[in-house]
Design a binder for this molecule. Structure first.
Ligand code: NI
Length: 389
């Protein structure tokens, strides 16, 4: 059975919903209006709704009238601190906040899927748990939702979700087994010396020189201590120190991100960074300490469930619409859910048809809405086939 007709009927409502979220974006853990709308729609559709989970998260439980498994669908709901440059009737009405990653689309797809399945509750086997997670952009929303028990009551057997992407053509579904998105750790390093006059560096301890050597030296950890076949990205994006050309400051701060696909490599790097930075600082008589600011594991899709998603997508859309793309260095805290339960996180193309390819997290980000019904059809196909399994 194809979901094409049912989805076509709901399409205007789903597009309107996505545009409404786009017009009213909210930052991580501040998704107040967004959660209210989610809760309102799910309640109206007859789901059991829980709100205020991990501050602004929402869970909707849909119990079918027939016995079956319990399958979760996860959507992230937050926007980014950017001022939108795209001109559209639904352009963000909030300066400095913008849906530039497609989470407005994820939210609209999940709500519409819930509404469609709720209308068929009588023939629905099992239970669907719709998880609307806040603060994915901080990689901070999944953990408190899991701790709040969203996978436990009712006990979820498997979890699925999708991310829209401008890297793939609209209508294409990118399903990849194994590591598919990188781990994402943020770190902040304080290098502390002793300030003084730029004319007399020998009377000071210069934290900037120590920081510079730490920064360069950290890259050698990647090339000299990690096996060549592994993937590691270590980027310092902020280097903050000093006030004036002839004053040696007493402190330098470096902030950066570490990404990889393998948990062992991640642990190895995090462990080595700690000792490397303090040893390196000591060589310059400074002291350094590192603090982790956020973190999540890689998204690793198990073979079996990923194969099932591939089959569902191919049955629904035709085999030519489904392909296996490359892993990406971006991170997503869906990885935490997939450490708790089997499932799959796949991608659905929303690339605009014109030549201006704009990446996610850019103020010109643009979604080709033709990808939305495709995502919804695959979501429905995956959910119903897994419930029955
Ligand atoms: Ni995203």
């Amino acid at each position: 059975m194809s979901w094409a007709d049912e989805v076509a009927k709901r399409l205007p409502s789903m597009i309107a919903l996505r545009r409404d979220f786009h017009r009213h974006p909210e930052l991580s853990f501040q998704e107040k209006r967004t959660s209210e709308i989610i809760a309102e729609r799910l309640t109206k559709a007859g789901l059991e709704v829980r709100t205020g989970i991990a501050k602004t998260g929402v869970v909707g439980v849909l119990r079918g009238d027939k016995p079956g498994k319990t399958i979760a669908w996860r959507a992230d709901i937050d926007a980014l601190p950017l001022t939108e440059l795209l001109q559209a009737p639904f352009t963000s009405g909030t300066p400095g906040v913008m849906h530039a990653c497609g989470h407005d689309g994820h939210t609209a797809i999940a709500i519409t899927a819930a509404e469609i399945l709720a209308a068929r509750r009588a023939e629905l086997p099992g239970t669907v748990v719709f998880i609307f997670q806040p603060a994915e952009e901080l990689l901070s929303g999944a953990k408190p939702m899991i701790e709040a028990g969203v996978l436990d009551s009712p006990r979820v057997d498997e979890i699925y979700g999708l991310h829209l992407t401008t890297q793939d053509p609209a209508g294409k579904v990118n399903v990849r087994p194994g590591p598919t998105m990188a781990s994402g750790d943020g770190f902040s390093i304080d290098v502390v010396g002793q300030g003084g006059h730029g004319a007399y560096p020998h009377l000071s301890i210069d934290p900037m020189t120590a920081a510079a050597h730490i920064l360069i030296g950290m890259q050698s950890l990647v090339t000299k201590e990690v096996a060549a076949k592994e993937t590691v990205v270590l980027t310092v994006g902020q280097l903050l120190a000093g006030t004036k050309n002839n004053i040696i400051p007493d402190k330098a701060v470096m902030r950066g991100t570490l990404r990889t696909f393998d948990m062992n490599v991640r642990e190895q790097m995090l462990g080595r960074l700690q000792s490397f930075i303090s040893d390196m600082a000591r060589a310059y008589r400074a002291e350094a300490s590192m603090e982790m600011t956020m973190g999540c594991p890689p998204v690793v899709n198990p073979e079996r469930e990923t194969g099932l998603v591939h089959r569902c997508a191919a049955e629904e859309l035709g085999e030519s619409a489904v392909f296996q793309g490359n892993p990406v260095m971006a991170s997503d805290d869906m990885g935490l859910f997939l450490r708790e339960r089997p499932g799959c996180y796949f991608r659905v193309g929303i690339s605009p048809t014109h030549d201006r390819k704009v990446p996610h997290h850019a103020p010109e980000f643009e979604m080709n809405e033709d990808g939305l019904p495709v995502g919804l059809r695959v979501a429905l196909s995956v959910l119903t086939s897994r419930l029955r399994a």
